[in-house]
Design a protein around this ligand. Structure first.
Ligand SMILES: Cc1cc2nc3c(=O)[nH]c(=O)nc-3n(C[C@H](O)[C@H](O)[C@H](O)COP(=O)(O)OP(=O)(O)OC[C@H]3O[C@@H](n4cnc5c(N)ncnc54)[C@H](O)[C@@H]3O)c2cc1C
Length: 426
C-alpha cells in the first residue's frame, strides 16, 4: 500500500523503537511527526531519558540487517562516526559502537532520507486525545495535535496505556521475570592491539551465581565495559572492588584490560527489577488510532541484547499490518499486536529460559516445552564442537531463524552425537 495523501501519524519517543517506527510509517503515511521529550544532542552522548545509553550495547544480526535495509549507507556512516569493525568468525556481528552513536546516526539518516518525517525534541506528550473510542491525537502543553495514528514508543515506563485504562479500555495483563539485575559500567581507553578489536563476553554458570561481563569496542578508542549480576551481587562502584569483580569471571581478559587501563570513568550503575512483557495481544478491546511498540510492549533483560532488534522487527511487523489493513483501520491494533507477539515470543523465551536457570530468579512457567528446551540446551552445547550447529544456534539467538530449524534430521544427529561423546560439563 502506498502513501495516502493527507494521512498523518505521531510517534511518541525518539528512541530506537520510535526511529524504526517512523521509518516504517514514512512508507505508508503522508506526514510522520516524532515527538521526543529530551533535548536531542548533536553529539553521540547519553541523554537523560535513555539511561541505557551509558551501558554496553550489542546489536544482534537481525536488527542490524533490518536497519541496513531501511537506511542505505548506515554501515558507512557508523564507520565514519568511529564504529569499530569486529572480526566475525561466524559472520553475525560486524561492527561495534556506543548506543548514542547508533541512535544519532539512525536519526540523521531518517531525517535526510525520509522527507515526510520530522523530529521535534523537548516536546513531552502529556496525554492522548480520545474521541468516541478512538485516539485522534496527543496533547502537548495544552496544545492539541491531531493525527490518524499515534504510536507510543515511549519505553518501559510508558503511561499511555494507564491513561487509556482510565477512559474505560482494559489494561493488558503483564508477565514479569524477577531478574533484579544490576549493571555497573565504566569506560576505559582502548589500545589498537587490544584483542584486535574483538568483542568480549564472559558468563558464569547460572547455578553458581551468574556473573556476566561484556566489553565492547566503541568510537573514540574506548572500551565500554559492563559487568552485571543478579540480586544483591551487583558490581561495586569502588574501582578496586570493580576490578576484583571482573577477576571473578571465568575469563581474565576484562580484568586484564581494567588492570592495564591508564584511566577509567567512574562506575555508572543501573538496576532493572524485572523483565516485563505487556500482553497487548490479549486485549479484547483497544482504541482505533493507537498502538504501543518497543520497550513499551516488552522490556527484556538487557544482558541478552535483544531490545533494539526486537523493536526493529516489531516495526517491520507494523509495516506488514498496515499494508494489509491501512494505517487508520480499527482492525490495525489487533492485527499488529498479534504479529508483534509472534516477534516477541522467541527472544522472550530465549531470555526467560536462560534467566530461570538461576534458582533465585522467579517468573511465569514456560509450560509445555520441556523436551524442546532440553534439546536446545544440548544444541547450544553441541555448537562448541560443530560449526553447522553453532551457525544455526547463533541464527536462532540473533533472531534470524526459528528454533524449529534446529530440529531437522541432520541437526538432530549432530546434536545427539555431541551429547553422547562430550565430556561431562559443569
Ligand atoms: C542497561 C541496558 C542495556 C541494554 N543493552 C542492550 C543491548 O546490548 N542490545 C539491545 O538490543 N538492547 C539493549 N537494551 C535495550 C534497548 O536499549 C532498548 O530495547 C531499545 O533502545 C528500544 O527502546 P525504546 O525505543 O522502546 O525505548 P527507550 O529507549 O526507552 O526510548 C523511549 C523514548 O521515549 C521518550 N518518551 C517517553 N515518554 C515520552 C513522552 N511523554 N513524550 C515524549 N517522549 C517521551 C523518552 O524520552 C525516550 O527517548 C539495553 C537496555 C538497558 C537498560
Amino acid at each position: 500500500m502506498g502513501v495516502r495523501a493527507g494521512t498523518s501519524a505521531i510517534v511518541i519517543g525518539a528512541g530506537l523503537a520510535g526511529l524504526a517506527t517512523a521509518r516504517v510509517l514514512s512508507d505508508h503515511v503522508d506526514d510522520v511527526r516524532v515527538l521526543e521529550r529530551d533535548r536531542l544532542p548533536l553529539e553521540a552522548v547519553p541523554r537523560p531519558s535513555v539511561p541505557q545509553g551509558r551501558h554496553a550495547h550489542v546489536l544482534l544480526a537481525s536488527g542490524q540487517r533490518q536497519l541496513d535495509d531501511w537506511f542505505p549507507g548506515l554501515a558507512d556512516e557508523l564507520t565514519a562516526g568511529g564504529a569499530v569493525s569486529v572480526p566475525a568468525d561466524l559472520g553475525f556481528i560486524s561492527s561495534s559502537m556506543s548506543q548514542p552513536l547508533l541512535e544519532r546516526t539512525i536519526r540523521g539518516l531518517l531525517l535526510r532520507q525520509r522527507p515526510n518525517v520530522s523530529v521535534s525534541d523537548e516536546t513531552a506528550v502529556d496525554g492522548l486525545l480520545v474521541e468516541d473510542g478512538r485516539v485522534v491525537g496527543v496533547e502537548v502543553d495544552g496544545v492539541r495535535h491531531r493525527a490518524d495514528l499515534v504510536v507510543a514508543c515511549s519505553g518501559r515506563h510508558t503511561r499511555f496505556l494507564d491513561q487509556l485504562a482510565g477512559t474505560g479500555f482494559p489494561a493488558p495483563p503483564v508477565s514479569e521475570v524477577r531478574i533484579d539485575v544490576a549493571c555497573g559500567t565504566c569506560v576505559v581507553p582502548r589500545q589498537p592491539d587490544d584483542f584486535a578489536g574483538a568483542l568480549a563476553v564472559a558468563v558464569d554458570d547460572p547455578a553458581l551465581g551468574h556473573r556476566v561481563g561484556l566489553m565492547v569496542p566503541a568510537e573514540g578508542d574506548r572500551w565500554i565495559i559492563t559487568l552485571a549480576s543478579f540480586h544483591d551481587d551487583g558490581p561495586p562502584a569502588d574501582p578496586a572492588a570493580y576490578e576484583d569483580f571482573a577477576r571473578s569471571l571465568p575469563l581474565p581478559l576484562i580484568a586484564d584490560v581494567l588492570a592495564q587501563a591508564e584511566a577509567a570513568t567512574p562506575v555508572m550503575t543501573y538496576r532493572m527489577p524485572t523483565s516485563q512483557r505487556r500482553h497487548v495481544e490479549r486485549l479484547k478491546q483497544t482504541p482505533a488510532g493507537f498502538l504501543v511498540l518497543g520497550d513499551a510492549i516488552c522490556s527484556f533483560n538487557p544482558l541478552h541484547a535483544q531490545g533494539m532488534s526486537s523493536a526493529a522487527l516489531q516495526a517491520r511487523a507494523l509495516g506488514h499490518a498496515i499494508s494489509r489493513h491501512g494505517s487508520a483501520s480499527p482492525r490495525l491494533p489487533g492485527a499488529f499486536y498479534r504479529r508483534a507477539a509472534r516477534v516477541i515470543d522467541l527472544p522472550w523465551r530465549i531470555a526467560a529460559r536462560a534467566d530461570l536457570a538461576d534458582p533465585r530468579i522467579s517468573g511465569p512457567d514456560l509450560v509445555g516445552t520441556d523436551l524442546v528446551d532440553r534439546y536446545l540446551d544440548k544444541a547450544l552445547w553441541a555448537g562448541h564442537t560443530s560449526v553447522p550447529v553453532a551457525r544455526r544456534t547463533m541464527q536462532v539467538q540473533h533472531l534470524l531463524a526459528r528454533p524449529e530449524t534446529l530440529i531437522t534430521p541432520a541437526m538432530i544427529v549432530r546434536v545427539l552425537l555431541t551429547a553422547v561423546t562430550r565430556p561431562r560439563r559443569r
